[in-house]
Design a protein around this ligand. Structure first.
Ligand SMILES: [Zn+2]
Length: 90
């Protein structure tokens, strides 16, 4: 009976470790292949639209609020959204 408990404990520890590793790997690969989506410094005849990840709105790049996070640019439609994003980051 005791050995069963020990086996169970080991099983859960391994499971937790696996999960932690996977989360770490996912975060790292997400950092590397971060979607550059619409960001391009080309001013064509049509305005470049960027996604505000907080509220999901597309904003013209010229009127979007820009913030760089870990080397990539993030855009927000308003100061409110940027504040929300910063609050969620902590
Ligand atoms: Zn917004």
């Amino acid at each position: 009976m005791k050995s069963v408990l020990i086996l169970l404990a080991i099983f859960f520890i391994v499971l937790a470790l696996k999960k932690a590793l996977e989360a770490k790997r996912a975060r790292m690969s997400g950092e590397v292949s971060a979607p550059r989506d619409t960001v391009r410094n080309v001013r064509g005849d049509s305005e470049e639209m960027v996604l505000d990840t907080v509220c999901g709105t597309y904003v013209p790049i010229s009127s979007a609020l820009r913030s760089s996070e870990g080397g990539r640019s993030l855009f927000f439609c308003s100061e409110e959204c940027r504040a929300k994003f910063m609050a969620g980051r902590r």
